[in-house]
Design a protein around this ligand. Structure first.
Ligand code: COA
Length: 276
């Protein structure tokens, strides 16, 4: 009988899927087994009607201590190039899946976040950290470059000087510094982290879900486009969104212009009035 793989777990509560890295005794470092389970978890949750937001956090003292040096590196390398490539496909695969997830996603960084952990960190649309959390590109400390996208994440999110210092020095920064550097949106004391993230998730749950998906993709896509290409992409992305949700946008206009029940500049229309 094969052993149950619970290296990642989830519960769904009030339309929020709380997904956890679940290898606390190994500081939630990512083994091939964990990467396989994460992909399954993402599959299981992505199109569930009772899930509006996904939050990724860690069990115990870590968010994720990065790639598993033993199971992801040493043991797969011992099996040869095919095994290495497979392990890469599995980890990069679920991070990519998360980057383009159908639901908005939030990283809730409760503790250690190292190296390969920057992949899922970046994959989440928003990120909130405990002030006490520790972030590091520790690769240089054990003799490799920050691979698996980690260098790209640093350069995407940080200034060139901060990215270079972070990658070369192998020093950790805490959650407060991570917020200052814009690696995460915000840092709050650990004891308030879950409440703050729940508050943010509840705001997202009140928005039009088709618009959320179109918006999150647009923010990621336009970064590498010229202005004209972005303009064109955004027209087409909105037109494509209309074909999935014709009524939401019209309802949003109606509640403002005709019903005068809300002002878009001050809050969201009542999505429940027109589920689309
Ligand atoms: N790969 C493999 N095993 C890891 C690991 C990793 N990335 N991170 C932690 N572990 C294991 C430890 O080997 C230890 O295993 P053991 O109980 O069988 O001895 C267990 O998890 C607990 O780790 P420990 O170092 O005792 O915990 P700590 O709370 O004192 O320290 C860290 C936490 C995160 C600072 C430390 O574990 C660490 O430096 N991990 C490596 C981080 C890293 O460089 N990741 C980058 C990978 S790309």
């Amino acid at each position: 009988m094969t052993e149950v793989n619970n290296t990642a777990t989830y519960v769904v509560e009030n339309r929020i899927a709380w997904v956890k890295f679940n290898r606390p005794e190994k500081r939630n470092c990512m083994s091939p087994r964990l990467n396989q389970r994460m992909m399954e978890v993402l599959d299981e949750l992505e199109y569930r009607d009772d899930v509006g937001v996904l939050i990724l956090t860690g069990e115990g003292t870590a968010w994720s201590a990065g790639m598993d040096l033993k199971e992801y590196f040493r043991e797969t390398e011992a099996k040869g190039l095919g095994a290495v490539r497979q392990a890469q496909r599995e980890s990069y695969g679920w991070w990519r899946r998360l980057r383009w997830y159908n639901k908005p996603t939030i990283a809730m960084v409760n503790g250690w976040c190292f190296g390969g952990g920057y992949g899922p960190l970046f994959a989440c649309d928003l990120a909130f950290a405990a002030e006490e959390a520790q972030f590091g590109l520790s690769e240089i400390n054990w003799g490799i470059l920050p691979g698996g996208g980690a260098t790209k994440v640093a350069v995407e999110l940080l200034s060139m000087r901060d990215a270079m210092y972070h990658a070369l020095m192998g020093e950790n920064i805490d959650g407060k510094k991570a917020a200052e550097w814009k690696l995460v949106n915000e840092a709050v004391p650990l004891e308030r982290l879950k409440d703050r993230v729940t508050e943010v998730a509840n705001v997202l749950l009140k928005k039009n879900p088709v618009a959320l998906k179109a918006t999150k993709d647009a923010v990621r896509r336009v970064g590498e486009m010229t202005y004209d290409n972005a303009e064109d992409y955004l027209v087409r992305a909105q037109e494509a969104a209309n074909s999935f949700d014709n009524d939401g946008r019209k309802e949003g206009i109606k509640q403002f212009i005709d019903d005068k029940t809300y002002k878009p500049g001050l809050g969201s229309y009542d999505v429940a009035a027109s589920p689309g």
